[in-house]
Write a protein that binds this ligand. Structure first.
Ligand SMILES: C[C@H](O)[C@H](O)[C@H]1CNC2=NC(N)=NC(=O)C2=N1
Length: 82
């Protein structure tokens, strides 16, 4: 699995899943953790099965530990759903 990369000042990862539904299911799970952490990703779904998360701490105008914490949580959720 491709790991998170810093691109244009965002921490970014694209997951190739099996379907649009799997992308939406992952996003629904991420919603809960984002609310818990009060830290929210930018999200896009492209070509029905590629979901991209872009993380950045707006308050700090940088990638911070909070982004890495959310990134790890997204990886854990994705693993738990697969
Ligand atoms: C008050 C609240 O905690 C902040 O506005 C949070 C909300 N969610 C956030 N999400 C992200 N990605 N970056 C932030 O700086 C941020 N700030």
């Amino acid at each position: 699995m491709i790991s998170w990369k810093v691109k244009n000042d965002y921490l970014v990862k694209t997951f190739e899943l099996s379907s649009f539904t799997e992308c939406v299911d992952l996003l629904n799970e991420v919603t809960d953790i984002a609310e818990e952490l009060q830290h929210h990703p930018d999200v896009s779904i492209k070509d029905y099965k590629y979901i991209t998360f872009k993380l950045r701490t707006h308050d700090a105008d940088a990638v911070t530990d909070q982004d890495w914490q959310l990134a790890k949580a997204i990886d854990d959720l994705q693993r738990s759903l697969s």
